[in-house]
Design a binder for this molecule. Structure first.
Ligand code: NAG
Ligand code: NAG
Length: 777
């Protein structure tokens, strides 16, 4: 989308290739100047052969003489002129184009004065020293169509400065020192089509400021320091087709203001501070053809239905956004004509197949320079390469293979998994890509530390891609689990207090709900009814009016049936006064320290399973559960599993019937607690309970030979092996660097009623991806 779309509209039609060259013009030409007949296009694109006097770059301080009478174009660029002999210009009846750019003019009066130049269409005054435009500055130029005033020092422009410019089509006043926009300037410019206002330090546009510009087609507001846009800022721009907000400080898409310019075709929002493209941000812009969302340092996510019903959109550019790691699988809705999708140079790990399926006219996509994960989310790319889709055109009944072209396929490389690293995405076959996708929270989406001022607002964005779609939830420093939000709710789930949040959150409607809420009423866990957390459907956690007690470790968990990924962020709350760092400390002082007694108990025992529950009033992302069968005479292996933060119950499955077991809960340590007191460390001692599994139903004649039992035994043996191996390698790695990534669900947590992963066939298994280790055997 760069250069700015203006060029597309206003620039000369495609004659450039066949332009006639300059022809000789036999006149007495001023010394050092060059006089030729040159091709020339009027601002409204009419071609002429123009007698041209070219005196550029000659260190001139005054007009060179003699200037031929029928001069059409006079070029005096890059000289040292600060005054002009207007009488000479007055004697040039056909003077149409006057270029005085890069000189030393400081006052317009010295140029135009009272002499009328009735045929002048184009006046170049850019890069001079103009600082003020008085009323009626250009009234002696009744035919003027273009006026270039950019790169001067203009800081004041009188309300009537442009009076008399009834024919003006283009006004370039960009890169000056204007701090406000005066709607009165534009009253005199009823025919204006192009307005370049960028590069002036204007922080806010007035409401209805452009109301008079009924003919305006292109408006460039780049580089102005705009932080937001009033709802009516663009009102009245009925003919506007191209709009640029390049390089401003917008933090949101100015959706409301954009609704006032329904005819818009080209929109450039590049280089702003937008963090999220939110649901409905670009809904129903029915004429939009091209949209640019490039070079945004803060952009992290394109949300569900962010672009919806844009029937004319053909080109979408979302490139060079270093934090952009998530595009919702349903981000693009009803983009029937999108042909070109540019997504290169972001932090995307995948492009969901649904995105491809939702774009029936897509012809090319650019994904290079992204950390692409070649796993199940990318299978469409491999599949497509091997058998292109056949689209049947119902109208003509012609079958045409449709294959989306990759731009720079040689640079579109897998960066994960390791065995596919540096392979071209298009050359990896479907078979090589893992069939399952564990949830993955992109590294870029959450920083490891966020500082916030006391009383301020904290917003944490967590997103994850996986197939099947993962569920996201958060665990607060106090160990409270927030979410998951109902995925269809358009507005966030408002949770008024941590206490309520527990009862409100799903996932606790099974066995654990009672135990957790009762634990909170028994022990006086901090509970601030005045605070509220807000969890948005896509995984953003908002906390208003942050207090020091809310400092600490927040963990986001993305989970699907295959496994989970977690990412933690430490939040520091800076006091209003100088008491820095106090926030983090307060967290440890203010909260009850871990005690050995977290109430680990056995809730239910079956033949082959047992349900354990406990409560913890801390976010402990690296909690583990271990268990062991106890026989009087045999040494048995100990199994261990990690427990996701916020989980306070667990269904141990694959147990043997009629057997005693001992189960221990090892409360985790995290970065923050490491620095805490000795008492905390002591409290790491595991807590254990014992139980006996139920008797198997009688009679069981040939029990030893039962195939079911045999397979269980084999499974257990394998499990034991894996776990022993793992125990040797990595379970003890402390979080910090390694925290999170794991698939903990080879034994099912209660709320997942689906088949445990252990029973999955190993084929889709990707041995090299550490997250999946547990699944691979
Ligand atoms: C100005 O242009 C007109 C029309 O092209 C032409 O007839 C006339 O001779 C020109 N005037 C001079 C002084 O060259
Ligand atoms: C625990 O797991 C067992 C075995 O998979 C299952 O039969 C039982 O229903 C599960 N219990 C709960 C509460 O999920």
């Amino acid at each position: 989308m760069s250069p700015l779309p203006v060029a597309r509209i206003v620039c000369v039609p495609g004659l450039v290739g066949s332009l006639p060259h300059a022809l000789p013009w036999h006149v007495s030409c001023p010394v050092q100047c060059v006089c030729q007949i040159k091709p020339w296009f009027s601002p409204d694109s009419v071609y002429q052969e123009a007698p041209t006097v070219d005196c550029n770059n000659l260190l001139l301080t005054k007009l060179p003489l003699p200037i031929p009478l029928n001069t059409h174009t006079l070029r005096l660029q890059s000289n040292l002129m600060s005054e002009l002999d207007t009488a000479v210009l007055h004697g040039l009846p056909n003077l149409t184009d006057l270029d005085l750019s890069q000189n030393r003019f400081s006052r317009v009066r010295t140029i135009i004065q009272s002499s009328s130049l009735p045929s002048l269409l184009s006046l170049h005054l850019e890069e001079n020293h103009l600082s003020h435009l008085p009323d009626a500055s250009f009234s002696s130029l009744p035919a003027l169509q273009e006026l270039f005033l950019s790169h001067n020092n203009l800081h004041s422009v009188a309300p009537g400065a442009f009076t008399g410019l009834d024919s003006l089509l283009r006004l370039h006043i960009n890169n000056n020192r204007l701090t406000t926009i005066d709607p009165q300037w534009f009253m005199a410019l009823p025919r204006l089509e192009v307005l370049m206002l960028g590069g002036n330090p204007v922080e806010a546009l007035p409401e209805r400021g452009f109301l008079a510009l009924k003919s305006l087609q292109s408006l460039v507001l780049g580089g102005m320091g705009l932080r937001g846009l009033a709802e009516k800022a663009l009102e009245g721009l009925e003919g506007l087709e191209s709009l640029s907000f390049y390089d401003n400080l917008l933090t949101k898409v100015p959706t409301q203001a954009l609704r006032r310019v329904p005819g818009l075709k080209f929109l450039d929002l590049n280089k702003n501070r937008i963090k999220l493209i939110e649901t409905g941000d670009f809904r129903d812009m029915v004429h939009l053809k091209e949209l640019g969302l490039n070079n945004m340092d803060k952009l992290v996510s394109i949300e569900k239905a962010a672009l919806e019903n844009l029937p004319e959109l053909t080109k979408l550019e979302i490139t060079n956004n270093p934090l952009l790691s998530y595009i919702h699988p349903l981000a693009f809705v009803q983009l029937r004509r999108l042909e070109s999708l540019m997504l290169n140079s972001n932090s995307l790990s995948a492009l969901h197949q649904n995105i491809m399926l939702s774009l029936p006219s897509l012809q090319e996509v650019s994904l290079h320079s992204n950390p692409l994960h070649c796993d199940c989310l990318f299978q469409w790319a491999a599949e497509e390469a091997s058998h292109p889709h056949i689209d049947r055109d119902i109208q003509t009944d012609i079958q045409s293979p449709r294959m989306v072209r990759f731009i720079q396929p040689q640079a579109t490389l897998c960066s994960e998994p390791p065995e596919l690293r540096a392979r071209r995405v298009r050359e990896v076959s479907t078979r090589e890509m893992s069939a399952s996708c564990l949830p993955m929270i992109p590294t870029n989406s959450l920083p490891s530390y966020v500082g916030v001022r006391e009383g301020g607002e904290l917003v944490l964005h967590c997103r994850a891609l996986a197939d099947p779609q993962p569920e996201l939830y958060w665990v607060t420093p106090a160990g409270l689990r927030l979410g998951p939000a109902p995925s269809h709710a358009s507005k966030g789930l408002l949770v008024h207090s941590p206490c309520n949040s527990l009862t409100a959150s799903e996932g606790f409607n099974h066995t654990s709900a009672t135990s957790v809420s009762s634990s909170h009423s028994q022990n006086d866990t901090p509970c601030h009814p005045s605070k509220h957390y807000r969890l948005l459907p896509e995984g953003t956690l908002e906390i208003n009016m942050v207090t020091p007690s809310e400092a600490g470790l927040y963990t986001c968990i993305a989970e699907n049936a295959l496994g989970a990924d977690t990412r933690s962020v430490t939040v520091g709350v800076h006091g209003r006064e100088k008491k820095r760092k106090r926030g983090v400390a307060a967290n440890f002082k203010g909260y009850p320290l871990l005690r050995a007694d977290t109430g680990l108990e056995v809730r239910e025992v079956g033949e082959h399973f047992a349900i354990l529950s406990w409560h913890s009033r801390r976010n402990l992302p690296s909690t583990r559960l271990s268990w062991q069968a106890i026989y009087s005479n045999a040494h048995t292996p100990t199994y261990t599993t990690r427990i996701l933060a916020g989980t306070q119950n667990f269904n141990l499955t694959h147990l043997q019937a009629e057997t005693f077991y001992q189960v221990c809960l090892h409360l985790g340590m995290n970065e923050a607690t490491k620095h805490a007191s000795r008492r905390t460390r002591e409290s790491r001692k595991p807590q254990c309970v014992s139980f006996r599994t139920k008797d198997a139903p009688e009679p069981q004649p040939s029990r030893q030979l039962s195939p079911e039992l045999t397979s269980t035994a084999v499974t257990l043996l394998l499990l034991a092996l894996i776990l022993l191996l793992l125990a040797g390698q990595g379970w003890e790695t402390e979080p910090g660097e390694e925290e999170g990534k794991h698939s903990s669900t080879f034994l099912q947590e209660i709320k997942n009623q689906k088949a445990p992963v252990i029973s999955q066939k190993p084929e889709g298994c990707n041995k090299h991806q550490p997250k999946q280790m547990v699944n691979c055997y």
